[in-house]
Ligand binder design. Structure first.
Ligand SMILES: Cc1ncc(C[n+]2csc(CCOP(=O)(O)OP(=O)(O)O)c2C)c(N)n1
Length: 584
């Protein structure tokens, strides 16, 4: 029998997994869910200390003798306050104590409700960090709880040891309630490593290395990743922002976007996901890898910050080290010949067709320009629609790409891009929508701008981002959400600031201006193209839909054929096939 509070049961589960067995308990009502669970479990060694001040000092003594992490648990109200003197001693003594505290639902705060002072307001020099977990109402709360409890425990000895608070929220009505069917759940443990221990046979695994936003890596790091990929069956998922082009890397954004989750799971899902670099800015791969349930065996995050960043809700290990050291650490004398997993990705990717008829749009511009952007240029994509449109296509490996995907603001795309452009003589391209451009338009007055600047301003009359789905069938999108009809054109402002200005309203005028845009110029250039939001939407659906069939697995294709034949008979099925061929 255990508490009905699932968040408390998750804490118990992870205390055991992380092998925290000494627990100092002070009496009270709010912490009954914890006390009831540990007192009946032989794994835990329980100590009863009435006075919380004494309990915390007692825990310090216990640590000094055992060298093990100590947990403590007290009730809410003033009990937590009495931890402060002991926690202060622990903080300056660097003693790893996990202080489990309890608090009421936040709605009661400052409402003259009983026993409800703020529980998470401990002094900055009493704990390294304070964490709090909510009551679990859905899968997202559960996922967050599991991550936070792991994180709190890992913080006890992260970059030096010290005390940490883990606060558990509850309702009074739940505190004394138990369920005889409740169990301590089996939950995912996250571990942190400071070096590589070869405790898993990676030769047997399908490994995906996912490289997020990244300034180009050093030669040493590049070589370490390449050598690692020779030893194991690796597929390196990149997009333009990864700035990485290796033997086993693939810009598979379109493939993943057109593929169903079902096919991804059965054909391309990795056993082990290794992530390096920053935010990917890539919703397509995010959608495939995030899951509330266990999707892959392991996710290892490699980062010198060692932070618990569980992007896909699958994190199992954090390697706090450089990317180079991590991959070098796993090197093996035997290279493999059969890169089956990577080849499977290639097979799907080779079916992708980017050479299709598209309406005049940002995606059309990307399709026409992607292979013509001169080698060694720099590119910046305004967030969301511009970035997404260009990730669908491949670009030359010598081109370095950036985007403000860290905080995803439309506010500074132009300024960031201009900052990049002043320190190089190479051509620098920005792809930007009208709201983002006009937001930051004063930046084109910056004195340092040079003639290497090329801005493709996609004026689709507001934020097309909000018109790509079906929102417009539910509410008025144009007036306030997408902010239509604000900005006419940039010509006057561009010329005033010494830019050359060219524009296009259709494919013909666009194509006829490409050479001027890509070529030498004495002035920086703004190329403003005027597109229709409906065409932008059509372009997005067209390129995804045309590639959807290509991302069916062979097995699914043959099952589909069989069921069509069963339903329609051989004759009709072949008629349909002919019709479809003609349509293509
Ligand atoms: C500073 C800031 N304000 C608001 C937003 C919300 N937002 C995201 S995309 C977008 C529309 C951008 O429109 P535009 O630049 O014209 O590009 P389009 O989607 O039309 O390609 C907005 C307002 C944001 N990301 N950052």
């Amino acid at each position: 029998m255990y508490t009905i509070l699932e968040n408390a049961r998750i804490v118990i589960s992870l205390l055991k997994k992380h092998n925290i067995r000494h627990i100092v308990l002070s009496p009270g009502g709010s912490n009954i869910p914890i006390v009831q669970a540990v007192q009946q479990d032989p794994f835990f060694k329980c100590y009863s200390v009435v006075d919380e001040r004494s309990a915390m000092y007692f825990a310090i003594g216990l640590y000094l003798k055992t060298g093990e992490i100590i947990a403590t648990s007290c009730t809410s109200a003033n009990a937590t306050r009495n931890y402060i003197p002991g926690l202060t001693e622990a903080y300056y003594k660097h003693v790893p104590i996990l202080a489990l505290t309890m608090s009421k639902h936040p709605m009661y705060l400052s409402q003259e409700y009983m026993q409800c002072p703020i529980q998470t307001s401990l002094p900055v020099d009493a704990i390294k960090k304070s964490y709090s977990i909510p009551r679990i109402k859905d899968d997202y709360d559960r996922a967050m709880c599991i991550r936070i409890v792991n994180e709190a425990i890992l913080e006890l000895n992260h970059c030096g040891t010290g005390p940490v608070q883990l606060n558990i929220e509850e309702l009074d009505s739940e505190t004394w309630e138990f369920d005889k069917n409740a169990v301590i759940p089996e939950v995912r443990m996250i571990e942190r490593y400071n070096n590589v221990k070869k405790d898993i046979n990676l030769k047997q695994k399908k490994i995906m290395i996912l490289i997020g936003e990244n300034t180009p890596v050093s030669d040493n790091t590049y070589n370490a990743i390449e050598k690692f990929s020779n030893c194991y069956d690796v597929m390196i998922y990149t997009n333009h922002l990864s700035n990485y082009h290796g033997k086993y890397s693939l810009n598979a954004n379109l493939l993943i976007g057109a593929m169903s989750q079902e096919v991804f799971n059965s054909e391309l899902k990795p056993d082990i996901l290794i992530t390096v670099g920053g935010i990917t800015g890539d919703y397509n791969i995010y959608k495939r890898l995030f899951s509330l349930n266990k999707l892959i065996d392991e996710h290892w995050r490699i980062s010198e910050d060692g932070n618990v960043v569980d992007t896909y809700n699958q994190l199992t290990r954090i390697y706090q080290m450089s990317i180079e050291d991590f991959f070098k650490g796993w090197l093996d004398n035997d290279e493999i010949n059969d890169h089956t997993y990577y080849k499977k990705w290639l097979l799907f990717e080779n079916n992708i067709n980017r050479n299709i008829e598209l309406p005049f749009s940002n995606i059309y511009a990307a399709q026409q320009l992607c292979e013509r952007i001169p080698a060694n240029s720099y590119m910046n994509y305004a967030i969301l629609n511009s970035l997404r449109s260009w990730l669908l296509f491949n670009i030359d490996e010598s081109i370095k790409c950036f985007s403000n995907v860290a905080s995803f603001g439309i506010d500074g795309c132009l300024s960031t891009f201009l900052g990049e452009s002043v320190d190089t003589e190479e051509l620098c391209f920005l792809i930007i929508g009208d709201l983002s451009f006009y937001y930051d338009m004063n930046a084109i007055g910056i004195r340092h701008i040079k003639n290497n600047v090329r801005i493709l301003l996609v004026n689709n009359n507001g934020g097309v981002e909000f018109k790509l789905g079906n929102l417009q069938y539910k509410t008025d999108v144009g007036s306030y959400i997408a902010a239509d009809n604000h900005f006419k054109n940039a010509e006057g402002w561009a010329r005033t600031q010494g830019f050359d200005y060219i524009s296009a309203t259709n494919k013909e005028s666009f194509n006829s201006n490409i050479n001027s845009f890509l070529g030498e110029s004495e002035k920086p250039i703004i190329f403003e193209i005027f597109t229709d939001p409906e065409d932008e939407k059509r372009a997005t659906t067209t390129i995804i839909d045309k590639n959807r069939n290509e991302t069916f697995s062979e097995e699914m294709k043959s099952n589909l054929k069989k069921s069509i034949k069963t339903i329609m008979g051989d004759k009709n099925a072949s008629k349909i096939k002919d019709l479809l061929k003609k349509k293509k």
